[in-house]
Ligand binder design. Structure first.
Ligand code: SF4
Ligand code: SF4
Length: 387
């Protein structure tokens, strides 16, 4: 049995789609965003509502393929499909869009999407830990701030930025504490529920009430842990899921793993821990602090992307995982190529079983994914009943 508050969490998407309409009608501005590199704090400081627009379902892909190539990442096609069909209330009520130059597919898709609504594109430097990159990224933060000030006729002060930084850090802290509960053996929350809770934060119209809900979920899980109630027993293989982002509608690999008896305890991807790991420094000049935080995102679009290996290692140890699964969306070149590096690192340095699964959002290979996942779990030495 799952925590009772999960029902409330699950209802968030519907509740927030009504709230976003009400907010829009009351004159509140909405900024649609597509990436973990997007500084939500700047939108909040403009007194706007930042929402995540990444497409995670198959439904709009057929429409998207009328304009985009079929051989393109499903996340890009789904996002664009929602935009051209007006099937997503969050896109519909967005007053402005924030895009970023991450992967080539997204970048070129944005050229088309930018014709539908006002769009600002942040030019993301592709190397982290480099002063020139940081200087450029700081300038990009300022350009986005200027864009919103002009677009919404507001002034974004340092004080407003500092308040927004505190609010987003508070949300990150709550989501991080929720994620860390699954470091416990056995895990108290299924990976499916963890994914839902983490993914749905992107739709919160009111950040404070979203944080309050997560605090209540944490409290309920802690109570259940005291009573010895967990999502899995101690024999379930503990899996770290890395790779491309997932969400409701694109969770087939996560679902297949848990249906086959695994406990997915750590989500290293953008849906889970990747964006939570680093907080924004509340003491520094806000633009510098934001630039530093977002530039540190270990996405495969960056070269090199050693930060991802570091994060996988830390999570693998902290969550005591038994295997690593790397999910790659079809036609995602950056994650696909990086998978070789991740495989070598996981197998040779961490001495853990590894599998890469390349798939899309459709059901066409669900049976094949199931067979591969089951075969992979067979290779994992079963943990002793009580460690
Ligand atoms: S994987 Fe990279 S491009 Fe995709 S949402 Fe995450 S940070 Fe952005
Ligand atoms: S999954 Fe890969 S191809 Fe798709 S949007 Fe993200 S980085 Fe780009």
């Amino acid at each position: 049995m799952r925590p009772s508050i999960m029902e409330e969490v699950e209802g968030l998407r519907g509740v927030n789609s009504v709230k976003i309409k009400e907010a829009h009608e009351s004159g509140k501005k909405v900024v649609g965003m597509y990436c973990v590199f997007s500084p939500s704090e700047i939108a909040l400081a403009a007194d706007a509502i930042p929402v995540t627009l990444c497409g995670t379902t198959q439904a709009p892909i057929e429409d998207a393929e009328k304009e985009l190539p079929r051989n393109l990442c499903p996340l890009i096609k789904s996002s664009y499909g929602f935009a051209i069909t007006d099937k997503c209330p969050y896109f519909f009520f967005s007053d402005a869009l924030l895009a970023e130059t991450t992967c080539d597919g997204k970048k070129k898709m944005y050229e088309l999407m930018g014709k539908i609504k006002p769009m600002h594109i942040m030019n993301l430097p592709q190397t982290a830990n480099d002063k020139d990159s940081l200087d450029l990224w700081k300038k990009e933060m300022i350009k986005f701030k200027n864009f919103l000030e002009e677009q919404f006729e507001v002034e974004i002060t340092d004080e407003k930025l500092r308040d927004a930084i505190k609010l987003m850090n508070k949300e990150r802290d709550a989501m991080k504490r929720l994620h860390k509960l699954n470091a416990h053996k056995p895990a108290p929350l299924s990976g499916m529920d963890m994914m839902l809770a983490q993914w749905l934060k992107g739709f919160n119209v009111n950040k404070e009430s979203g944080i309050d809900l997560i605090e209540r979920l944490i409290a309920e899980i802690e109570e259940r842990m005291e009573k010895g109630i967990y999502a899995f027993d101690e024999t379930a293989p503990r899996i770290l899921l890395t790779g491309c982002p997932i969400g409701s509608g694109s969770e087939k690999v996560l679902k297949a793993l848990e249906e086959a008896g695994a406990s997915v305890v750590a989500l290293e991807n953008c849906t889970g821990y990747k964006g939570l790991d680093v907080m924004v420094d509340e003491e520094k000049d806000p633009i510098t602090a934001l630039a530093e935080k977002y530039l540190s995102t270990p996405c495969s679009c960056m070269t090199n992307n050693n930060g991802r290996l570091d994060l996988i290692e830390r999570l693998a140890k902290e969550y005591d995982v038994d295997g690593v699964v790397d999910l790659t969306w079809q036609a995602c070149h950056t994650y696909n190529i990086e998978s070789f590096t991740v495989k070598k690192f996981v197998q040779e340095e961490l001495k853990l079983p590894f599998i890469q699964i390349e798939t899309d959002y459709s059901d066409s290979d669900t049976g094949q994914v199931k067979v591969r996942v089951e075969a992979f779990l067979e290779t994992i030495e079963k943990p002793a009943t009580a460690k």
